[in-house]
Design a protein around this ligand. Sequence first.
Ligand code: NAD
Length: 445
Amino acid sequence: MNISVIGTGYVGLVSGVCLAEKGHRVVCVDIDPHKVAQTNQGIPVIFENGLEALLKKNISSRFNATTDFERAILETDLSIIAVGTPFDGDQIDLSYIQEVSRQIGETLRKKHAYHVVVVKSTVVPGTTEGVVLPIIEQASGKKAGSDFGLGMNPEFLREGMAVEDFMNPDRIVLGGVDERTLDRLQELYRVFEGVDIVRTTPKTAEMIKYTANAVLATMISFSNEIGNLCAALGGIDVVDVMKGVHLDKRLCPIMPDGQRIIPQFTTYLEAGCGFGGSCFPKDVKALIAHGKKAGHPMSLLESVIRVNENQPQQVLNILKDHLPDLKGRRLAVLGLAFKPETDDMRESPAIPIITQLLSAGANIQAFDPVAQDEAKKLFGDNCITYCETLSHAIAGVDAVILLTRWEEFRKLPDLLNKNDVPLILIDGRRMLDKQHFARYAGIGM
Ligand SMILES: NC(=O)c1ccc[n+]([C@@H]2O[C@H](COP(=O)([O-])OP(=O)(O)OC[C@H]3O[C@@H](n4cnc5c(N)ncnc54)[C@H](O)[C@@H]3O)[C@@H](O)[C@H]2O)c1
């Protein structure tokens, strides 16, 4: 199939490259000429494992990028909208979606062949039919469901695992205004054999995406609230508590041969310094705002956000227990992005933590295997020393703060125990075994 992807960011670029790898012909469109030029040179504008190799493999043959919106629509059969939907504090900002819908509509006015438009951006329930549809109909003079197809296909990829997730989806959710749209979407995804497909309305597809993110965010904040209570009560470690909870056979079933299944969702039932990234905070806040507008305030989700926003402070409180005056102290901050394997700094817990450390007069030696350039854009070059290696980051510091679960940090017991005077590790993710450290503190203990 000939596909155009509008918006060449995390979702657009990964979707475009992976759909090309699966055999479709793809053109990715962006308004940023720098992004387009770099993409066409085979250099992804974001870091994702395996993305560069797939981009280089498919470029020119089945994949290319362009700023020529109109041509991309005219020369393809199906367009995927993957532009940003940031939360503006009151609601999701649909201006990018609206602009793209208008441009698509104006182009469809000039096109005779049937075209399908699919919203992949995360949008609140009702957006595809209530916002995108009327704009395209008005700009094109055509009718959705007969002259053109319109659908909603939420994306569930996880940053850091984006290529792996897109190439091996756990589900494909297709919302369509009519059967013909749904059939086209199913044809698009025929290359992903054997995957569970949900065929539904656009509104339900939109709701599935928000609900999927909200349940995971809720599990994280629940675990953090329990962790904070463990710390307040004293003498209880949330890691031990959660180990006991996970062994419930309804969470981790026991197979007939006695083996345990450990589902991945149990990793969301662990305490830490909070969730971040471009999705969970934004999507939960958007759902809360949408609920309020619908006359249904969502008090549970409001608490999920409140707990999360307070969680970076827990790390600072633990640090202050050990170093009451941070002025002039040298601190290693390990991990800058909101999770490992990504350079995405959006809503990373490291941002409020570093900001407070700097304003308390601390000197920071930071290390993140891939996110340092993004961090420099936020904090600048001067106030933080960005270290090339883990060993450099912990050299000469008064304390080490771990904020991201990078596998490389498993070397820390060896590195820290080498010191004559053992350094304290503040484990903001409860990633490492406290038994392996002479001095250890963490969330939830
Ligand atoms: N990042 C994720 O992990 C993730 C996962 C699932 C869903 N989503 C959702 O997908 C959507 C996109 O997220 P993202 O992280 O890829 O955003 P992004 O900011 O990385 O990318 C958006 C891109 O759209 C481009 N753009 C804006 N206006 C345009 C226009 N008129 N024409 C062409 N291009 C235009 C921007 O230049 C940018 O490159 C959002 O709704 C997000 O919530 C994101």
